[in-house]
Write a protein of this length. Structure first.
Length: 587
């Protein structure tokens, strides 16, 4: 009974509302625009209204009737409202076209402020009336940075009723202190940035490191040049004592070091000249000076005595039959003169089947350019001498290589002749091992063994019998192969062992990896010192050079400091990892 009564009353109310609406419409004439409100549109006011004026000031519709509710024109207050209300005194809707001073300027300044802070973009949003609480201004995925770049809206009486805050969007991830920022496109994205307050310092071509420059602590890779506020007290040092072009030197300020280096400059009419870049200390700064090396430049120093070996002797020492100095480059007869519009075709310094080994053993004399009109002979040579070795090339080193993998013919083949040595499942590499040893006086034949099965592939003398001696950092370093143990020794003041493929050159070391050559810039005694002073190592038993994730790493094994129950100091077996390129502890 009660439900029926409610339905009857509801129907009566709806009928009364309908008749009242019809009566209102029938007694009014609508000739102006009708107000239309939707969630996505801006309210349009009837024709005849003037923004900023109320009905008491005589604002009427097109039919002459008073407008019951008007908006207030607030264009120029620095705020571009995103929505409007329809009550008396509400702000009129604004756009970049109708009020560019507010809508363009407000959004632009907020957007600029957000981009300066590392966000993608920003916009001003209005908050609740009469409130200083920042909660509720910005959306969930936005960051409220306050009123920077935005203005405020005032009421007619002058009291602040709306506060506009700048909301920033899409904050990117940033690298923290000590983390790397990739700079190598081949290793991934290169648009990374350090977090706010940190400084980005380039360490290599592949990456930079984020540091807290200004915290009063000078730590690598900070130095006096890239972070003077932390490293101003670092002194400059020069290993060769200053400007000595006949001694290879290394000049350092903190962790930043520059090594003397040889260069060759070629220019007409002087030809090619050997020069040296000599680094030295000027106060606490590293400076450089160019030196001429009339007798040539080698191993980062000018040569004091003239080169005595001839080109022919140099070539024979390298395994070639003979050598001859030729003035190059060699051109073919394709033009009447050097200044002709058709340039002669460049062939090279040496003939076919000859090998150009540079200027070793040849005089540093050059022939200048020919005057216009001079005929070019076949061949005609100008500029500097180069040593051309030939025609025979050094005897190649033949090793077993795995071929035809996955087929019935898979096995080890001679790299020189291509002949089959042995059928085998050989998706491995051939490793030179062997010699006297193996325990209990047994003899293990020297030769190439499979890295997978350990079986002998080819019995031959494959090891380097004599140790290799190179000069690195003005120290004599000995590289010695131990085929019985299957390792290589790196000896200077201390010794490190490695099972990796070692790349040796005058003045540098490296290990071969799948991605290239990883630099070994520090010697065993240097990483040992780092492990003991920074890694808590008390006693070192052995040092091993290994490859980890494409980098060269020293594993320093021995006794490290520790505690029992967090208070009792003890020593225990442990390993400290040190980066072979930077000499930094790897956690």
């Amino acid at each position: 009974m009660k439900k029926s009564f409610n339905k009857i009353m509801t129907s009566m109310v709806m009928l009364i509302f309908l008749f009242g609406t019809i009566a209102l419409v029938s007694g009014s004439e609508i000739t102006g625009k009708v107000i239309e409100i939707s969630p996505t549109s801006v309210a349009e006011y009837p024709a005849g209204t003037a923004a900023g004026k109320t009905s008491s000031e005589g604002v009427v519709t097109t039919t002459g009737k008073p407008m019951p509710a008007t908006c207030v024109d607030k264009c120029g207050d620095g705020i571009c409202p995103e929505g409007v209300c329809l009550g008396t005194g509400c702000p009129c809707p604004e756009t970049a076209e109708s009020c560019p001073g507010d809508c363009a300027k407000g959004i632009s300044e907020c957007d600029t402020t957000c981009k300066q802070k590392g966000y993608s973009f920003g916009r001003c949003r209005l908050g609740p009336a009469g409130s200083d609480d920042t909660a509720g201004w910005c959306l969930a995925n936005e960051v409220d940075i306050g009123t920077d770049g935005c203005a405020q809206i005032s009421t007619i009486t002058g009291e602040i009723s709306y506060i506009s805050h700048c909301c920033c969007m899409e904050k990117p991830a940033c690298a923290k202190e000590g983390e790397k920022v990739n700079k190598n496109p081949g290793m991934g994205p290169t648009d990374g940035q350090c977090c706010e307050g940190l400084t980005e310092i380039m360490v290599s071509r592949s990456y930079s490191v984020c540091v807290n420059c200004g915290d009063g602590v000078c730590k690598s890779p900070e130095n006096a040049k890239n972070c003077p506020q932390d490293c101003a007290e670092t002194k400059c040092s020069d290993s060769d004592g200053g400007k000595d072009q006949y001694v290879a030197g290394r000049t350092c300020v903190g962790s930043e070091c520059k090594a003397d280096s040889c260069i060759t400059l070629c220019a007409d009419p002087g030809g090619c000249r050997a020069q040296l870049i000599e680094y030295y200390c000027d106060g606490n700064n590293i400076e450089s000076q160019m030196f001429e090396c009339p007798n040539g430049c080698s191993s980062s120093a000018c040569i004091k005595e003239p080169v005595t070996d001839s080109c022919d002797t140099t070539c024979q020492r390298k395994g070639y039959a003979s050598g001859e100095c030729r003035i190059g480059p060699v051109y073919m007869d394709t033009a009447d003169s050097v200044d002709s519009a058709t340039k002669p075709e460049y062939v090279g310094f040496c003939y076919d089947r000859e090998v150009d080994i540079g200027v070793d053993g040849c005089p540093h004399v050059a022939v200048g350019p020919l005057p216009p009109g001079t005929n070019i002979t076949i061949p005609h040579r100008i500029q500097s001498y180069h040593c051309c070795c030939g025609p025979e090339e050094p005897e190649p080193v033949c090793t077993p290589v795995c071929k035809a993998m996955g087929s019935r013919s898979e096995g080890w083949y001679d790299s020189c002749t291509g002949e089959l040595i042995k059928y085998d499942n050989c998706a491995c590499v051939a490793v030179c091992k062997g010699g006297v040893g193996g325990g209990y006086g047994t003899v293990r034949h020297e030769g190439y063994y499979s890295s997978c099965t350990g079986e002998l592939i080819l019995r031959t003398d494959c090891s380097v019998k004599e140790p290799i001696k190179v000069e690195i950092k003005k120290k004599e370093v000995t590289i010695e192969q131990k085929p019985v143990e299957g390792v290589v020794l790196i000896s200077s003041e201390d010794v490190a062992v490695t099972k990796e493929k070692l790349m040796v050159a005058e003045g540098s070391l490296g290990i071969s990896t799948e991605t290239g050559v990883a630099t070994v810039a520090y010697l065993p005694e240097e990483v040992k010192q780092t492990a003991m002073t920074k890694g808590g190592m008390k006693k070192v038993t052995n040092i091993e050079l290994v490859e980890e994730s494409g980098s060269a790493v020293y594993r320093v094994n021995g006794k490290v400091k520790g505690t029992i129950l967090w208070i009792i100091p003890v020593t225990k077996d442990g390993t400290v990892k040190v980066d072979a390129e930077t000499n930094e502890i790897i956690e």
